[in-house]
Design a protein around this ligand. Structure first.
Ligand code: SF4
Length: 359
């Protein structure tokens, strides 16, 4: 099935319309005032009627929304026009506003062995409208619940898929979000497994906005990393170190916008050897921030338990986690620890999966 973007659909309907007409429509999509094309009163009635008939106000539709017990996380399964499904998450952040976690692909080809999405395999890239509309979906969701805080202040590309494997559509999404929301570049984070050619490409791309980047490191020991992340390769750590130097040369003032993510797995990457390897790596690349992530166990009670049975990983024991963290801090490495949210509805990092029958 050929997926047309909203702009392509618009141009097909109105081939002679001046360019500002599409921009006018795109601005309306983000306005809290409008709920449908019919509301865009500065367009002609004929245009509004045709838009309403031919183009969906949202490129995704809700299948299910789950809410965490603490009401600080919501997870939605959404469906696209070709019936493919992805998950998107809304999380309360430290400023008591909301962060949206978006998916960029249906499934993922990277097959990280600790990740639920990695077990789905890859189906297709999302087009920019389908990613943008995950943010719009949650905006509409919040507007319908006025008792909840209303502001979405951050977006993270940490849902299903490897964003840099869908480079052009993710870049287009960033451009639309930066143009039509009040979020600046520091409020958007693209998380990547570390696709070296794409990391090089974005450094050389004048149109790539300087949003925050979170590179999934997960181990500074090459053998361990390759077990956890089959997309890794023996020279990866060296290539990443070289790239990081290039990043700092280009963005020294934005040095803090680069984070290395490290999911903590018991006896897999949390031993003394792994801590020392990470310290050596951090010293080699310069002062980078390492974000330690508690591993999210997928609940046995869910229908995902068959998948979980194949998953041999367990999160680091609290004492091992604290010791690892302290070892890094004492060596002068900048370390943060990510809060776990939404694990009771399988909305936490690494838990997003849509059953094969659904995707
Ligand atoms: S961790 Fe990210 S890159 Fe790895 S399989 Fe999961 S979704 Fe894909």
């Amino acid at each position: 099935m050929v997926l047309l973007t909203r702009e392509e659909q618009f141009r097909k309907l109105f081939p002679k319309a001046p360019a500002f007409r599409f921009r006018q429509m795109e601005e309306a999509l983000f306005s809290p005032v409008f709920k449908s094309f019919a509301d865009i009163s500065n367009m002609s009635l004929a245009m509004r009627e045709l838009l309403t008939k031919e183009i969906s106000w949202l490129a995704i539709k809700e299948v299910q929304v789950l809410e965490s017990a603490k009401r600080d996380t919501f997870k939605a399964v959404v469906e696209m026009v070709d019936q493919k499904r992805v998950e998107t998450v809304l999380m309360k952040n430290a400023r008591a506003q909301w962060t949206v976690c978006v998916s960029s692909q249906v499934g993922c080809a990277m097959a990280c062995t600790f990740c639920a999405t990695g077990k789905m395999g890859f189906t297709r890239n999302l087009i920019a409208d389908e990613i943008v509309d995950q943010v719009r979906f949650w905006n509409i969701f919040l507007r319908e619940r006025p008792k909840l805080a209303q502001r979405i202040s951050n977006v993270v590309f940490m849902g299903m898929g490897e964003p840099l494997a869908n480079y052009e559509n993710v870049k287009e999404t960033l451009s639309v979000l930066l143009a039509h929301t009040d979020m600046g570049m520091t409020r958007i984070t693209v998380s990547t497994v570390g696709l070296i050619p794409m990391l090089r490409k974005l450094l050389a791309d004048p149109k790539w906005p300087a949003v925050r980047l979170a590179v999934s490191l997960h181990s500074a020991d090459a053998v361990t990393r390759q077990v956890m992340m089959p997309s890794s390769f023996p020279a990866f750590l060296n290539d990443l170190a070289v790239w990081t130097q290039e990043y700092f040369e280009k963005f020294d003032s934005r040095r803090r916008h680069l984070t290395f993510e490290y999911v903590m797995l018991s006896k897999i990457n949390d031993t003394e050897m792994h801590a020392q390897a990470l310290i050596t790596f951090a010293r080699k690349v310069g002062n980078v921030r390492i974000n330690l992530i508690p591993y999210n166990f997928i609940p046995q009670t869910s229908k995902r338990s068959a998948e979980q049975a194949k998953n041999v990983y367990r999160g680091s024991l609290p004492g091992d986690f604290a010791h690892f963290e302290k070892t890094l801090e004492e060596a002068g490495v900048t370390v943060t620890r990510r809060r776990t949210m939404g694990d009771d509805i399988a909305a936490a990092c690494g838990q997003l999966i849509v059953d094969k029958s659904e995707s």
